[in-house]
Design a binder for this molecule. Structure first.
Ligand code: UDP
Length: 313
C-alpha cells in the first residue's frame, strides 16, 4: 500500500485531508508540531491502523519514515494573527526550510509533492479576479511578508527542484477556506463572526467591511487538492483553488447575523496593515485541468460550519 505524508496534518485543512484519505483506505503519516494544529481534529482516526501521527517540526531534520509515495506539504500557520508578531520568523522558516526538507524527502523517495501555496502570493492584487499568471503585488517588508514571501519563496524552491532535480511537483494556491475543524480561536473572519454571534459578542468588522474575500467550503477545497495531487504527470500548476463567489466582509457579517439568533451588534475596528482590498480566484485552469469547481454555496457551507462551532463553544 502507498504511504502518504501530510505535513500540518492536525491543522484545519490537514486534518480534513487526513480523514478523507483514511476513509479512502490510504496509509497516512500525519506530521505536525501542533503550533496551530489540534489533536482533537484527528481524534476520529487516531486509532485507525493505517494512521500514524508524528509530532515534529518540519524545519528540523526528519525522523526515518520508510518509503513515502506522496507528500502534501500543508504545515504553516495560516491565520494572520497566528503568523504575525512574535511567530513571524518561525513562519518564514516553516515556509522555506520546511519546503526544502520536504523537497529533499520527495527527491529521495521519488515521491509526488503538493505544495499548499496561497492567494497571499498575489498580495494586494492589482489584477482582479486573480489569474495564475499574475505575479502579484506583495509588500516585502510588511507584517504579512513572513507568510506571503515565505510562500512565494517556497513556490520558487518547488519549481527549481522540478527543473533541476526532476521532482514531480504540484502547486495549488489556496483562497480563503472555511468549515468544520477550524479553530474557534484562530482569528479568521468566518470563525470570528460565527463564534462572536453564538456567544452574543460584538461582531468585529475590520475597516469599513468593504474589502472582499471569496470563501470556499473545506470539502470542495480538499477535493481540489486530491485531484491536483493525482493529476497528469508533469502538470505542476500553480493552480488557483477557491470559490469564485465574492463577498464583502460586511455582507458576510450580515449573512451570519441572519442565520444566528443573537444580541450581537456590528462594531468597526481598525483595518490591519496590508490587508488586501479584494480577492477572488479565476478558476478556469482548475476547471479545465482538474475538472474541478466548488459545489457548496456559501449559505449551505455556513450552515454546516455554524453547526460545527456550536459543538466547540
Ligand atoms: N476580518 C474582520 N474581522 C475579523 C477577522 C477578519 O473584518 O474578526 C477581515 C480581515 O481584515 C480581512 C478579512 O476579514 O479583510 C479576511 O480575514 P482573514 O483573517 O479571515 O483572512 P485573510 O484573507 O486576511 O488572510
Amino acid at each position: 500500500m502507498e504511504t502518504i505524508l501530510v505535513t500540518g496534518g492536525t491543522g484545519f485543512l490537514g486534518s480534513n485531508l487526513c480523514v478523507r484519505l483514511i476513509r479512502e483506505g490510504k496509509r497516512v503519516i500525519c506530521m505536525d508540531n501542533n503550533y496551530t494544529g489540534r489533536m482533537e481534529n484527528v481524534a476520529e482516526i487516531m486509532e485507525h491502523p493505517n494512521f500514524t501521527f508524528i509530532k515534529h517540526d518540519i524545519t528540523e531534520a526528519l525522523p526515518e519514515l520508510g518509503k513515502i509515495n506522496q507528500i502534501y506539504n500543508l504545515a504553516c500557520p495560516a491565520s494572520p494573527p497566528a503568523y504575525q508578531g512574535k511567530h513571524s520568523i518561525e513562519t518564514t522558516k516553516t515556509c522555506v526550510l520546511g519546503a526544502l526538507n520536504m523537497l529533499e524527502l520527495a527527491k529521495k523517495n521519488n515521491a509526488v509533492i503538493l505544495q499548499a501555496s496561497t492567494s497571499e502570493v498575489y498580495g494586494e492584487p492589482l489584477v482582479h479576479p486573480q489569474v495564475e499568471t499574475y505575479c502579484g503585488n506583495v509588500n516585502p517588508i510588511g507584517i504579512r511578508a513572513c507568510y506571503d514571501e515565505g510562500k512565494r519563496c517556497a513556490e520558487s524552491l518547488f519549481f527549481d527542484y522540478h527543473r533541476h532535480e526532476k521532482v514531480e511537483i504540484k502547486v495549488i494556491r489556496i483562497f480563503n477556506t472555511y468549515g468544520p475543524k477550524m479553530d474557534p480561536k484562530d482569528g479568521r473572519v468566518v470563525s470570528n463572526f460565527i463564534c462572536q454571534a453564538l456567544k452574543g459578542e460584538d461582531i468585529t468588522i475590520y475597516g469599513d467591511g468593504s474589502q472582499t474575500r471569496s470563501f470556499c467550503y473545506v470539502d470542495d477545497l480538499i477535493e481540489a487538492m486530491v485531484r491536483m495531487m493525482n493529476s497528469e504527470k508533469g502538470f505542476t500548476g500553480p493552480v488557483n483553488t477557491g470559490n469564485p463567489g465574492e463577498f464583502t466582509v460586511k455582507e458576510l457579517a450580515e449573512k451570519v447575523l441572519k442565520k444566528i439568533v443573537t444580541s450581537s451588534k456590528l462594531v468597526y475596528k481598525e483595518l490591519p496593515k496590508d490587508d488586501p482590498t479584494q480577492r477572488r480566484p479565476d478558476i478556469s485552469l482548475a476547471k479545465s485541468r482538474l475538472g474541478w469547481e466548488p459545489v457548496v454555496k456559501l449559505d449551505e457551507g455556513l450552515d454546516k460550519t455554524i453547526e460545527y462551532f456550536k459543538t466547540q463553544i
